[in-house]
Design a protein around this ligand. Structure first.
Ligand SMILES: Cc1cc2nc3c(=O)[nH]c(=O)nc-3n(C[C@H](O)[C@H](O)[C@H](O)COP(=O)(O)OP(=O)(O)OC[C@H]3O[C@@H](n4cnc5c(N)ncnc54)[C@H](O)[C@@H]3O)c2cc1C
Length: 319
């Protein structure tokens, strides 16, 4: 019995969450006294790099052509390898790709599945994983009753630690069959890390007064290399695009740093951002609820504070 992890490598680049699932899978395998196998589908620039996180075997699937993500094909390839290699546990990242594959793989393997685990499993009595529920207000514990298990893991749930391991690399050819999906158009935002994967996020709310003032938020994001986000009323008023809206009804994020300027910190907003590692709040109202969730707070006018912060970071980076 082994543990299999699927590593995403869009355009050949391994995502940060890929290293996290490699480490997660290796830790699970270690606890169960077995080995962890990593699977790549299609192009991967440096597949061997996941070996540093405890993976013992790396399988690269070549299809003979460049593959677009097709959940039906990918889930069939991953579950086939899992069955062929005797893996009873399959682990993926809880990204949009991972989410689209988790349920499908579980069905193909007749497995129990949990999407969005946020810590390593507890193996004291069975196999139990935690995930946060009710907008982060509670932690649910799921104990698997099935032999086969499929888990997707939230970003930032583990901090991968390098080991001295070396992993073997095997290339296999799998004929993936014809896709039943046709891509009509592909739109990508070059150079911008998508919100769900961003480690640094600069976000702003109605305190900005209007869309014409967003330049100071974009400047701060640019100097930090951060992705921009916003509160829901800002997106609803078309001040910013809807894909930037974070919160209960928007994107849920877990960056290392979340800077919120002119956002009150309503519970529905916090639901999508309160798993951020460090939260910095800039608000002119010292009673704003967001300060209760903040690691660092600046009471002040954002139109004064944000440009000063940008300038200080710029100077610091140049020094
Ligand atoms: C079912 C439901 C789902 C929802 N889902 C979401 C969601 O997913 N995401 C979300 O964000 N909201 C959501 N909301 C809305 C949420 O309840 C709040 O209304 C919203 O988050 C408030 O946005 P805001 O903080 O930008 O605006 P406001 O509440 O108007 O707050 C603006 C803040 O800016 C500060 N400010 C003003 N001027 C300045 C200045 N010059 N300098 C510094 N600070 C300043 C003010 O003190 C205030 O705290 C939802 C609501 C419902 C009912």
């Amino acid at each position: 019995m082994s543990v299999l992890v699927y590593i995403e490598s869009p355009k050949g680049k391994i995502k940060k969450t890929g290293y996290e699932v490699a480490y997660y899978g290796a830790k699970v395998a270690e606890s169960l006294g077995t080995e962890c196998i990593a699977v790549f589908i299609g192009k991967a620039d440096d597949p061997g790099s996941v070996g540093k996180y405890g993976v013992k075997k790396i399988i690269q699937v070549n299809s003979g052509s460049d593959l677009d993500l097709d959940s039906q094909i990918f889930s069939s390839v991953i579950s086939k390898i899992a069955v062929d290699r005797g893996a009873k546990i399959v682990i993926l990242s809880n990204t949009s790709t991972g989410k689209s594959l988790t349920g499908r793989i579980a069905v193909r393997m007749n497995a129990g599945s949990v999407s969005g685990a946020n810590a390593l499993p507890d193996l004291t009595h069975g196999f139990t994983v935690n995930k946060s529920v009710f907008s982060g207000k509670a932690i649910a514990k799921y104990t698997f009753e099935t032999e086969n298990k499929v888990i997707s893991v939230m970003g930032n749930s583990v901090q991968p630690i390098e080991t001295a391991n070396a992993a073997s690399l095997e290339s296999i050819e799998i004929s993936v069959g014809k896709s039943r999906m046709k891509i009509l158009e592909r739109k990508t935002s070059e150079g911008i890390v998508p919100l769900p994967e961003a480690e640094l996020v600069v976000s702003a709310g109605r305190g900005m007064k209007g869309p014409e003032n967003w330049g100071i938020i974009e400047d701060l994001a640019k100097v930090l290399g951060a992705t921009t986000a916003c509160s829901r009323p800002v997106a609803d008023s078309n001040w910013r695009p809807h894909h930037e809206h974070v919160g209960q009804t928007g994107v849920a994020i877990r960056p290392n740093l979340y800077i919120a300027a002119g956002i009150s910190g309503a519970i529905q907003h916090l639901a999508g951002v309160n798993n951020s590692k460090v939260i910095v709040v800039i608000n002119k109202d010292p009673e704003a609820p967001f300060f209760k969730a903040a690691d660092y707070g600046v009471v002040g006018d954002l139109f004064d504070v944000v440009p000063k912060l940008t300038e200080s970071i710029r100077k610091f980076k140049q020094s």
